[in-house]
Design a protein around this ligand. Structure first.
Ligand SMILES: [Zn+2]
Ligand SMILES: [Zn+2]
Length: 276
């Protein structure tokens, strides 16, 4: 099973891949560029090729995450334009890194209402995907439903995907913490939730799992990650994800709070134990 964590891209992809090996991770995630900004980034092509080769040799899955400050549902023309330009670039960067996909958060309607937000999100997705024809998928991540965030549940996410002109270019990144905080699942309802994921067609389009515990309670609509087994979701509930046969082909990526990346080494070992 592929289990890993978020790793800094600060010193390049080859360095990040070596760090993954060091941490015992056979999957990892990096940001395409500074997550708090949208400044264009030039990829070091040589470094990327070395990193991709190293990952291939060691059967390591790479996932990219796009910056947080884009908004697929923004009513502002200038922010929509920047969002489109930035995410198209992210898809090219993710491709250069040999990534499965580029993760993007669903839109925020910022007071314009859900209906408007979803319509605008679909429009923005079409404008992005008409400009990208490569092998890397855009992975929509489910949200915790904080503020005016859209895309909390499998059905809505599938509806968004199906309403675009390019559903085949869209996959999903499922975050356990966000779904718990959005009131989608807990220990008691895990099996029912898995069934909903399957029946809606969502499950077969998941490409990566963000595996996080939650600092805040069920249905609290806040996005606060916690180390596995130390939060409100708990070890037993999260173990169900690790042991689900229908999810065992997917990379599980930790985005849990750490002071230093080295701490992930222990948490990855713990996940392998929890799975067994
Ligand atoms: Zn996440
Ligand atoms: Zn989160």
């Amino acid at each position: 099973m592929q289990i890993g964590c978020h790793i800094s891209i600060g010193k390049g992809l080859e360095k990040a891949a070596n760090q993954a090996l060091e941490l015992g991770a056979n999957a990892f995630q990096v940001f395409t560029k500074n997550p708090r900004g949208l400044r264009p980034k030039k990829v070091d092509v040589k470094d990327a090729a070395k990193g991709v080769a190293l990952c291939r040799e060691n059967n390591i899955a790479v996932v990219c995450h796009t910056p947080y400050i884009t908004n697929l549902s923004t009513p502002k023309e200038d922010l929509q334009e920047v969002t489109i330009r930035s995410i198209v670039e992210d898809l090219h960067i993710a491709e250069a890194y040999g990534a499965i996909g580029a993760v993007v958060h669903c839109g925020k309607h910022v007071g314009e209402g859900e209906e408007y937000g979803l319509k605008r999100m679909i429009e923005t997705l079409d404008l992005i995907l008409e400009q990208y024809d490569g092998p890397t998928k855009l992975l929509l991540e489910n949200t915790a439903g904080q503020g005016t965030e859209l895309g909390l549940d499998p059905k809505t996410l599938m509806d968004i995907r199906n309403a675009t002109k390019y559903p085949e270019k869209i996959g999903f990144c499922f975050d356990t913490c966000h779904a718990f905080a959005a009131g989608q699942w807990n220990e008691e309802t895990f099996e029912d939730f898995l069934q909903i994921m399957e029946e809606t067609g969502y499950l077969e389009n998941i490409e990566v799992i963000h595996f996080n515990d939650s600092k805040v309670p069920f249905d609290s609509r806040k996005d606060r990650h916690e180390k596995i087994g130390q939060g409100e979701i708990g070890e037993k509930a999260l173990q169900k994800f690790l042991q689900a046969k229908k999810l065992s082909h997917l990379p599980f990526i930790l985005e849990t709070p750490v002071a230093k990346e080295e701490e992930y080494k222990e948490e990855i070992l713990y996940l392998h134990d929890l799975r067994a």
